[in-house]
Design a protein around this ligand. Structure first.
Ligand code: UDX
Length: 454
């Protein structure tokens, strides 16, 4: 099966390499000169665990190749459109300009019956518009349009692709259905079922899935806030909820709010789609509002902990990416938190195992970006854990004591054990966890060298 993937970004690269690994002959078209240059040198423009090996293996096997020429669609059985569909400036609608530009470039290069598939997340009705465009541009060819949304999580994308809960195919064309069934056949043995439906339904399933997951997160975040008022414990609440098979334990971890390149964009897009359709999605509108407010409120927790002012306070932020296992800082709560703390006069140091380079461009220049947690913690009055990287779970009392001058820990991911750190004299504050009465004694700040001389 000859597959051409238009777009060598996150979705295109992962999907193209995975299709090659299950036996397809894949050409990825990337027209961005910097990206195609890097790809040709075997350097991936994105980080995704295991992707470099998967790409190298399939390049070596001759099942995968990169090009900057759209001519690569000639002779392909299936052409996937995996270009960006970012939120357009201001109004939250998905910007489809890249998608339709790609379709316009693809049309004249097609040489035979082709299945044209949207892999990117696209508003409901896009597939139908693409079909009309292709019929107009190439009345001489049978070009069947389908929607095949991805459900890949950053950091788990290869696993999610090769072991899908389900494969959704939206099309009215029997030729498209059978071509895609043949392409995915190696996965339908091991993964979840392949579901055939209409194009519009497939496009909606993607938005509805992301919006529902975002809803679960915002729900548990509000329950966590309620726990704090009632001196209840969100950890046990999550267990009590998650054991209900109708609810399930996943996506019920409270935190500073969801980020990433998908949930924020897709919830906003669904709100617009629903409004335009005259069926406002009020729950999703609330999810967007609750999440935006939450990110802003997280810095407020730090300010409140210092009695209303952080001016001159040394505050360490651990975690800049929107989740662990990625270098992606898009819509990350940490960025919002740091901007607010710096505006309020705090002296902010930050560390992240993978996100520093991307975060640098989104942070105030005064932010001190460090190469290790220890360096970032030096002289800190408070540490705020924003991303649940494994190395932060291993933070020791000794390390915090040795580096910090204050004793305030604000754990926005509940990854540290509250009682252990409180018993060691820290003023530990989590999310949705019973508050402590301990107000840790602040030791006078001594530069490290003075301590070392003691
Ligand atoms: C998401 C969807 O999971 C995936 O199916 C879709 O294809 C793309 O969008 P991704 O954005 O990569 O994937 O990450 P995900 O693991 O879903 O986390 C998204 C955000 O929700 C992160 O900021 C994460 O910290 C937050 N989150 C997730 C929580 O706050 N609590 C949770 O329990 C789970």
């Amino acid at each position: 099966m000859r597959v051409t993937m238009i777009g060598g970004g996150y979705v295109g690269l992962v999907s193209g390499a995975c299709f090659a690994s299950i036996g397809a002959d894949v050409t990825i078209v990337e027209t961005d000169p910097a990206r195609i240059g890097a790809l040709r040198k075997g350097m991936l423009p994105i980080y995704e665990a295991g992707l470099d090996d998967l790409v190298a293996e399939n390049l070596a096997a001759g099942r995968l190749r990169f090009t900057d020429s759209i001519q690569a669609v000639a002779g392909a059985n299936i052409v996937f459109l995996a270009v960006g569909t970012p939120a357009s400036r201001g109004d939250g609608h998905a910007d489809l300009s890249y998608l339709f530009d790609a379709a316009e470039q693809v049309a004249p290069c097609l040489t035979g019956p082709t299945v044209l598939v949207t892999k990117s997340t696209v508003p409901v009705g896009t597939g139908r518009r693409l079909g009309a465009l292709m019929a107009e541009r190439r009345p001489d060819l049978c070009i069947c349009v389908a929607a095949n949304p991805e459900f890949l999580r950053e950091g788990n994308a290869i696993e999610d692709f090769l072991h899908p809960d389900r494969i959704i195919i939206g099309t009215s064309s029997e030729a498209a259905r059978s071509a895609l069934a043949a392409l995915y056949e190696p996965l339908t043995h091991t993964g979840g079922p392949l579901i055939n439906t209409q194009v519009e339904t497939a496009e909606l399933i993607k938005y509805a899935a992301n919006a529902f997951l975002a809803l679960k997160i915002s729900f548990i975040n509000e329950i966590a806030d309620l726990c704090e008022k009632l001196d209840a414990n969100v950890d046990d609440t999550v267990i009590g909820l998650g054991l209900d098979r109708r609810i399930g334990p996943r996506f019920l971890q409270p935190g500073p709010g969801f980020g990433g390149s998908c949930f924020p964009k897709d919830t906003q897009a669904l709100v617009r789609i629903a409004q335009d359709a005259g069926a406002p999605a009020r729950l999703v509108e609330t999810v967007v509002a609750v999440n935006d407010a939450r990110k802003a409120a997280m810095a407020g927790r730090v300010i409140t902990a210092f009695g209303g002012s952080v001016r001159g306070r040394r505050i360490t932020i651990l975690g800049l990416t929107f989740k662990p296992g990625t270098d992606d800082v898009r819509e990350s709560p940490a960025i919002t938190i740091i901007h607010r703390l710096v505006e309020e006069g705090a002296i902010v140091s930050a560390y992240d195992p993978m996100g520093i380079n991307h975060a640098r461009f989104q942070l105030p220049s005064r932010t001190r970006l460090c190469e290790s947690a220890g360096a970032a913690l030096e002289g800190a009055d408070a540490v705020v854990i924003v991303t649940e990287w494994t190395e932060f779970r291993a933070l020791s009392i000794a390390e915090l004591r040795a580096n910090m001058r204050g004793r305030l820990i604000i754990d926005l991911r509940n990854i540290l054990d509250a009682e252990t750190f409180r018993a060691a004299g820290f003023n530990y504050r989590g999310i949705g966890r019973p508050s402590s009465v301990c107000e840790a004694q602040e030791e006078p700040y001594m530069p490290l060298r003075a301590r070392a001389a003691q």
